[in-house]
Design a protein around this ligand. Structure first.
Ligand SMILES: O=C(O)CCC(=O)C(=O)O
Ligand SMILES: [Fe+2]
Length: 392
């Protein structure tokens, strides 16, 4: 009876798909704010204007391209722990077969729109970090994608325990083709077509388009086939200001980079799509309640183990003490809500694998192969059972 109940709970948990892991929107910038000033008194006003753009707009664009440099990207040497993502900064390299785009560092330009409006932060926070008291955005760079530019699939460099995700804001430069941002997470794909968004908004006043996603979401910018696609990249932190880089690091405090930091009135995000265990996981909640009501099921108490689906850039203590459960993302947050609403005590129990293991190495599969090889008798432990044992 209890064994059947456990099977049903396992099945219901497996059926839970990923919960919100990206958000997007559009907004009209304050009038006159869509200008970028850069070196040698360069200045460009967006949008570029009629199609084809007037000569002075094209000249300004050429000057912007001349001021920009090829975008490097961080080749990541990362260590993945189970449930926890300990990011190690990799080497930053320029490799045009991986990322062909131009960029301007925050200190190299000024703009009236580099600061994302509070509304964007509040909307992004409502989806990505509903419990966060603060949310700030740290401008990383201005990306410039001309014809042929792209950025292959990657994950952004994890920036510590308060790093929630990335925000990309597309500027209304003019029509472009291609350049979709494709997000992938746990078998799901979301395509953010900046070309369509820009074209859709072109009829009325120019709009800024934005898209935010968790830091562990893989994403890729497909090749731009015509026109120019200008975006700002930001890191989002659940903190009032970005963390200062370590001594000796390239970056000092965010403010010293002249970066915008916004404290959002997050409470204003009234339409926060709060996760509710009863609404979003009714089958799993029912299965768990039935089990809990069964007096033959672990009469003296027991442990249930569920593997986190997201990766977290946090030390062990960070995830266990400071950030748990506020930092939990998407489906992990839902699971927490579900267990807590049934009166269970919930905690994280980190499980590590070695530094040398490849990213897709699964210690469970390895251990099971070992057991089978040795001809062990009896049913093999489930993944959850094995991890629970392994974590002590
Ligand atoms: O421009 C975009 O849409 C994405 C940029 C990006 O992925 C990055 O800067 O890491
Ligand atoms: Fe990225």
């Amino acid at each position: 009876m209890a064994a059947e109940g456990e099977d049903l709970l396992r099945q219901r948990l497996a059926e839970l798909g990923p919960k919100p892991w990206h958000a997007s929107g559009s907004l009209q910038p304050p009038q006159g704010s869509l200008t970028l000033s850069f070196e040698h008194e360069g200045r460009i006003s967006l949008p570029l204007g009629a199609e084809p753009p007037p000569d002075d707009a094209l000249q300004a664009l050429q000057a912007l391209l001349a001021a920009a440099s090829p975008s490097p990207f961080a080749k990541q040497a990362s260590l993945f722990g189970w449930g926890i993502y300990v990011g190690c900064r990799g080497k930053t390299v320029v490799d045009p077969s991986y990322r062909a785009a131009l960029e301007l560092a925050p200190g190299a330009f000024e703009s009236g729109v580099a600061l994302p409006p509070t509304g964007v932060l509040a909307e992004a926070a409502a989806v990505l970090a509903p419990d966060a008291r603060d949310m700030c955005a740290e401008l990383i760079k201005l990306n410039i994608y001309g014809p042929g530019a792209f950025f292959k699939a990657h994950r952004d460099t994890p920036m510590g325990a308060k790093h929630v995700g990335s925000l990309v804001v597309c500027l209304p430069c003019g029509p472009h083709q291609g350049g979709d941002l494709v997000l992938r997470h746990q078998g799901q794909e979301h395509r953010w077509s900046t070309a369509e968004a820009v074209a859709g908004a072109a009829a009325g006043a120019p709009h800024l388009q934005w898209c935010a996603f968790f830091a562990d979401v893989e994403h890729e910018v497909l090749p731009v086939s015509a026109g120019y696609r200008l975006t700002f990249s930001y890191n989002l932190y659940s903190a009032p200001r970005p963390p200062a880089a370590k001594a000796g690091g390239k970056r000092k405090a965010g403010e010293q980079r002249g970066l915008p930091t916004t404290r959002a009135s997050l409470a204003a995000a009234a339409h926060a799509p709060e996760l509710s265990a009863d609404r979003d996981a009714p089958g799993a909640v029912a299965a768990l309640r039935t089990l809990l009501a069964d007096s033959t099921w672990h009469p003296g108490g027991g442990k249930l183990g569920v593997i986190l689906r997201h990766k977290y850039a946090a030390g062990l203590e960070g995830l266990r003490d400071n950030m748990f459960p506020a930092a939990l993302k998407g489906r992990d947050r839902l699971l927490y809500a579900m267990f807590a609403s049934c009166g269970l005590e919930v905690r994280t129990s980190p499980i590590f694998k070695g530094w040398e293991e490849p990213e897709d190495y699964d210690p469970y599969e390895d251990a099971m192969a070992g057991l089978q090889f040795r001809g062990e008798q009896g049913p093999l432990p489930t993944r959850e059972e094995w991890y629970l044992q392994a974590s002590g």
